[in-house]
Design a protein around this ligand. Structure first.
Ligand SMILES: NC(=O)c1ccc[n+]([C@@H]2O[C@H](COP(=O)([O-])OP(=O)(O)OC[C@H]3O[C@@H](n4cnc5c(N)ncnc54)[C@H](OP(=O)(O)O)[C@@H]3O)[C@@H](O)[C@H]2O)c1
Length: 321
């Protein structure tokens, strides 16, 4: 990948080159489920995995948008091995049905889908606040439902965010019933998703399981700096030109997907790890270990959150851990 985010002193920083696809090993023996695979980071992660030969299950809430993503991948990767599963993370019935429908062993699950903000407090079909309920608890419920399809050494990768840095949880008000601010609740849902990933990994280690649960984040990645994929992402030439200066601190979602893909299939990845872009402030660049704040890694917070997730979803997660 060729990204030079920092210019030598006194020089104007060059506009970084469009990043190449990551060089991945042959993945023809791997199967990866990607949530939210029809758009953004999930789409580009799917494309990169499929290009390396992986069988990818696109778990999406719209069959039509999923079909467009499948067509876009196949236009670039003829013969790509792709299947679609219906998944609405904001409905635990749909989550359970998606998990039941998966009839292959999985080497990785990329818990990527997410809502990044809502206009006022909204709820899932089960009455949970939408971002906490879908981004965090919905993915935990999905992984629980898939537990017996995880192959030995499988990786469960949760997409976190830099927003987790300034978003400690309020364990007494996870559902934002006492006050809702969209950006704050989004950050908390990402903190919760990451904390659940690290808790799952601790529990797997304690139980002697060989799966890896970890987190990864894309830095700051936007559609307008992404390469065009007809039917999926089509930034206009004008918007792309206007966005060029932002390339110093922001990247396309193709590049943002790279740390997520690395966490799913790359070398040197451990359970409990956290990967993100290695460039300036973890905003862009190739994959590198990232730093998760103490409030995200706290085992006390993680255990209490796990119990709260069990209570909120009505699921027993004992089979998962
Ligand atoms: N972009 C960034 O800079 C950035 C930074 C940090 C973290 N992230 C995280 O990265 C993930 C992907 O972000 P993105 O930028 O690629 O967003 P995006 O382009 O808006 O794509 C979001 C994906 O999630 C799916 N989704 C949303 N709600 C869903 C639900 N209830 N059930 C199933 N799928 C659902 C969307 O499906 P539809 O197409 O059907 O809506 C879409 O496929 C999110 O978890 C986000 O928090 C992104």
């Amino acid at each position: 990948m060729r990204i030079s985010a920092v210019a030598p002193r006194g020089m104007i920083a060059p506009v970084p080159a469009v990043p190449d696809l990551p060089v991945l090993p042959d993945l023809s023996d791997r199967t990866v489920l990607v949530t939210g695979a029809n758009a953004g980071l999930g789409y580009f992660a799917t494309e990169q995995l499929a290009a390396a030969g992986a069988h990818v299950l696109l778990a999406c809430r719209s069959a039509e948008r999923a079909a467009r993503a499948v067509a876009a991948v196949r236009a670039r990767v003829p013969g790509a091995r792709l299947d679609v599963a219906g998944l609405d993370l904001a409905d635990l019935g749909s989550v359970a049905a998606c998990a039941r429908a998966v009839d292959v062993g999985l080497d990785a699950v990329l818990c990527n889908a997410g809502v990044t903000g809502t206009d006022g407090r909204r709820t899932t079909a089960d009455g949970l606040e939408l971002m906490m309920g879908g981004n965090a608890f919905g993915h935990l419920a999905l992984v629980a439902g898939l537990a017996d399809r995880l192959r030995p050494g499988a990786r469960v990768v949760t997409v976190g965010s830099i927003a987790s840095r300034w978003s400690p949880l309020d364990l007494d008000d996870l559902q934002a019933e006492r006050g809702f601010r969209s950006f704050r609740q989004y950050g908390r849902s990402k903190t919760a998703a990451m904390a659940l990933a690290f808790t799952l990994d601790r529990r797997w280690r304690a139980a002697g399981r060989d799966g890896l649960a970890l987190a990864a984040h894309p830095g700051f990645a936007v559609d307008v700096l992404s390469p065009s994929r007809p039917g999926v992402v089509e930034p206009s030439a004008v918007a792309r030109r206007l966005a060029r200066p932002a390339r110093l601190l922001v990247q396309g979602k193709d590049a943002g997907a790279w740390p997520l893909v690395h966490a799913c299939v790359g070398a040197g990845v451990r359970g409990g790890g956290y990967w993100g872009p290695g460039g300036v402030q973890e905003l862009l660049g190739p994959p590198a270990p990232a730093r998760a704040h103490d409030h995200v890694r706290s085992s006390d917070t993680g255990d209490r959150l796990w119990a709260a997730a069990e209570q909120a979803t009505g699921l027993s997660l004992a089979g998962l851990a």
